[in-house]
Design a protein around this ligand. Structure first.
Ligand SMILES: Cc1cc2nc3c(=O)[nH]c(=O)nc-3n(C[C@H](O)[C@H](O)[C@H](O)COP(=O)(O)OP(=O)(O)OC[C@H]3O[C@@H](n4cnc5c(N)ncnc54)[C@H](O)[C@@H]3O)c2cc1C
Length: 402
């Protein structure tokens, strides 16, 4: 028998759990699928500190007591909105508590197929169950969208991997590893490699590894607040606008939005990583290719017109994530074909609805519409209540008709 529910949420990361908490609070008819917080629990460097400040590291719910700040205070865990970086272990513990407290009915199954049906959508789970839902929310996060440099895609997995998925790097202890990139993931991976006694070097096209400015508790706060306002995605006016005006961002022309997404907020590292990074750095190097030589790999780069060859045992591409609907393996081709898109990410309404009625997308899939805010969990504070309100409105309409 196929069960029917009003809303199915796919994914139980910060976005999916936040939406579920808002829907749960108003008694909505929904189901949510996926293991809780797997990107964070299983795929990020174990000893990592969050890049986002404490005040921007919450999952969203209507309950004011659901914040990381309150959770830390109740347990005597050291916390400050901005001055103390949040350890990954603390964030994971907090978010698992959040799930149990606000989303107790999470179902751990994976969604293995999603297609249109007469009443909305039909979903198949990895335990074989099928269900129908009037609305589906894609809160599928980042793991489908790992980006590898095209010139390296021919290398075997033994020689090349993505930074996502490396909890620790001890298996490379004593070996030579090149980490590609100059962003937060690259710096995190390099520092983790140093700690695991890996002979590590960073290779990046950028000429500089950039870090957030450290917060200064002694700075004159009103002056700083005007010249360099703080926001959930980092300090500065541009970040402030992106954080506080996602709806305005959505109304900007496509070309502006795409440019802003690409240029603003390169993935700078947290200020607290600057002193820790000791790895040798090949900066200003453009990656031209690589060749496998036995069980080693030679990376070929160009810097100021000169060619370089750098030999290593393994390359880790810390080259980010590129959202693309074509990479969601569970989505039916015919459904995907009906979604109006911009660079293969869905165009979304003000309420995060795609051009297919009843199909919504949040998180990184929404970044080309709502801006860089959607690349951070703090974006769930904007997205989750809006999507929940829209879904509840639709549900009430149906109840009134019935
Ligand atoms: C190293 C690193 C550090 C970062 N640090 C920060 C930071 O400090 N602050 C910050 O705000 N952001 C940070 N980010 C970005 C962060 O990943 C996002 O902000 C956040 O995870 C977005 O939440 P999400 O729910 O969209 O995605 P995710 O956390 O990726 O959650 C999506 C979930 O959906 C699940 N899923 C996918 N497909 C299915 C399916 N078919 N069925 C069931 N479940 C499915 C996934 O397994 C996953 O558990 C960092 C990213 C990386 C890689």
């Amino acid at each position: 028998m196929t069960h029917f529910c009003q809303t199915a949420i796919i994914g139980a990361g910060p976005y999916g759990l936040s939406l579920a908490a808002h829907l749960g609070a108003v008694g909505a008819d929904f189901r949510i699928f996926g293991k809780a917080m797997t990107s964070w629990r299983e795929n990020m460097p174990g000893g990592m500190m969050l890049k986002s400040d404490g005040f921007a590291s919450n999952l969203s719910s209507p309950d004011p007591a659901s914040t990381l700040k309150v959770w830390c205070a109740d347990r005597g865990v050291e916390y400050h909105d901005q001055l103390i970086p949040v350890p990954l272990s603390v964030f994971v513990e907090y978010s698992c508590w959040f799930q149990k407290r606000y989303v107790p009915r999470l179902e751990e199954q994976q969604v293995v197929s999603l297609a249109k049906s007469p009443r909305g959508f039909i979903l198949t789970l990895d335990n074989g169950e099928q269900l129908e839902a009037a609305n589906v929310v894609l809160a599928v996060g980042i793991n489908w969208f790992q980006n590898l440099p095209p010139s390296l895609r021919g290398l075997s997995r033994q020689l090349l991997s993505h930074s996502f998925g490396h909890r620790e790097l001890s298996r490379f202890s004593g070996k030579r590893v090149l980490i590609l990139g100059a962003g937060a993931s690259a710096v995190n991976a390099a520092v983790m490699a140093q700690e695991d006694n890996v002979d590590v070097a960073l290779v990046a096209r950028a000429n500089l590894v950039q870090f957030h400015t450290a917060p200064d508790p002694d700075a004159v706060s009103w002056l700083k607040a005007i010249t360099h306002p703080s926001s959930g995605i980092g300090p500065g006016w541009r970040s402030f606008l992106c954080s506080n005006a996602p709806r305005l961002f959505r109304r900007m022309p496509d070309a502006f939005r795409l440019r802003a997404i690409k240029r603003h907020l390169g993935p700078e590292s947290g200020w607290f990583m600057q002193d820790k990074l000791k790895a040798h750095q090949y900066l200003g190097h453009v990656i031209e290719g690589a060749r496998a030589e036995g069980d080693r790999v030679t990376l070929i780069t160009r810097q100021d017109g000169k060619w370089h060859e750098i030999v290593a045992d393994h390359i880790i591409a810390a080259t980010g994530f590129r959202p693309d609907l074509r990479r969601l393996p569970f989505m039916d081709e015919a459904l995907r074909g009906q979604i109006t898109h911009l660079e293969h990410t869905p165009r979304l309404s003000d309420q995060f609805e795609t051009s297919v009625p009843g199909l919504y997308a949040m998180g990184i899939l929404a970044a080309n519409t709502f801006g860089p805010l959607m690349r951070f969990m703090v974006g769930a504070e904007y997205a989750a209540p809006r999507v929940a309100a829209r879904l509840m409105k639709m549900e009430s309409k149906i109840r009134n008709v019935a």
